[in-house]
Ligand binder design. Structure first.
Ligand code: NAP
Length: 305
């Protein structure tokens, strides 16, 4: 039996989701607060309704993509809509936090519906492409039941955990890594620019350096997963060696009057790591410090750990 889908929200992302489903021949309803934004989708074969509850009633799979969880909750918690949810699967593709996803899962399930949390790791132009990843968490059975549809939206889509908030948490974790790199690039450009280097040179050499940086990044993740924090024969650069090079950033900021906010926070982590574990530890030994909590939980690295 062909699943009828309702896409709630026809903004940039919602329209791209609906268009992709329509192009794949999926029966699709669309509903948007501003009805005019549904017109191009109706021209592609979508059905629409004046009342959201009617579009939900006509569908088995409900995809939500509006600006935020408050807007989504205001739509879903109307009496006519919430009572139409029973027996359906709701997939929340609006960006949100892990906590919001956990709360919403409880509410949706209390309406007699199934819930999957989703996180879209793509811009609208990537939707429907083999390399696009949309992450899902919550019931694996619900993911499997709609796997074909979900893979239509992005070929690298995956179920990443049984707990509803995990897809949103992974979204935040991946974006955190991106912001680290982007803020690092801003700081690096300031350092290069202050010494008269062109940003073209910075860009070229960043590209040449990238394989080295990528290898260090994955090495740090692998070592943290294995808790191989002590320096050993495979350590790429010890904490002491990293710190020695890092002091040049502090010096550049001081000499050139650059913003010192980020380097100071990094310096604090270096100091704490060096005082706990010494210069021979691996860079990954800083990982427990980011977990916070009482200092005993951050742990010390013994050479034989
Ligand atoms: P957008 O183009 O600004 O569209 C926003 C959508 O939310 C529109 O359908 C809008 O309806 C609706 N909306 C806003 N306030 C509302 C309210 N109070 N009640 C009901 N509907 C309301 O934004 P977007 O780029 O599509 O983003 C939508 C979601 O996808 C966001 O959670 C965003 O974080 C996420 N996302 C976007 C991207 C991206 O690259 N764009 C990537 C990943 C995730 P109207 O047309 O009536 O204003």
């Amino acid at each position: 039996m062909t699943t009828t889908i309702c896409v709630i929200g026809a903004g940039r992302m919602g329209s791209s989701l609906a268009r992709t489903l329509l192009n794949a021949g999926r029966p699709t309803w669309v509903w948007n607060r501003t009805a005019a934004r549904c017109a191009p989708l109706v021209a592609l074969g979508a059905k629409t309704a004046n009342a959201l509850a009617d579009a939900v009633q006509a569908s088995e799979l409900i995809l939500i993509n509006v600006i935020d969880h408050d807007a989504s909750a205001a739509l879903l918690r109307q009496e006519a809509v919430s009572s139409a949810l029973s027996g359906r699967t709701v997939i929340q593709l609006t960006s949100g936090s892990a906590r919001l996803a956990r709360e919403e899962a409880l509410w949706v399930e209390a309406q007699g519906a199934r819930y999957l949390d989703g996180a879209i790791m793509a811009t609208p132009d990537f939707i429907g492409r083999p390399e696009a990843a949309l992450l899902y968490s919550g019931s694996l059975a619900s993911f499997e039941a709609h796997r074909d549809i979900l893979l239509t939206l992005g070929g690298r889509s995956a179920h990443v955990g049984d707990v509803p908030g995990q897809a949103s948490a992974l979204d935040t974790a991946l974006l955190t890594q991106m912001w680290g790199g982007l803020f690092g690039a801003l700081q690096g450009m300031a350092v290069a620019d202050a010494e008269g280097l062109s940003l073209d040179v910075f860009r070229d050499q960043l590209s040449a350096f990238k394989p080295v940086v990528d290898a260090a990044l994955y090495d740090t993740i692998d070592r943290t997963a294995a808790r191989r924090f002590a320096g050993d024969a495979e350590t790429l650069a010890s904490l002491g060696a990293h710190h020695s090079a890092f002091t040049h950033l502090l010096e550049a900021c001081e000499d050139q009057g650059l913003d010192q906010g980020l380097p100071r926070e990094m310096a604090r982590l270096f100091r704490e790591g060096l005082s706990r574990n010494g210069p021979e530890a691996d860079f990954a030994s800083l990982a427990p410090l980011l977990r916070g909590g009482p200092s005993s939980e951050a742990g010390e690295v013994r050479p034989d750990a």
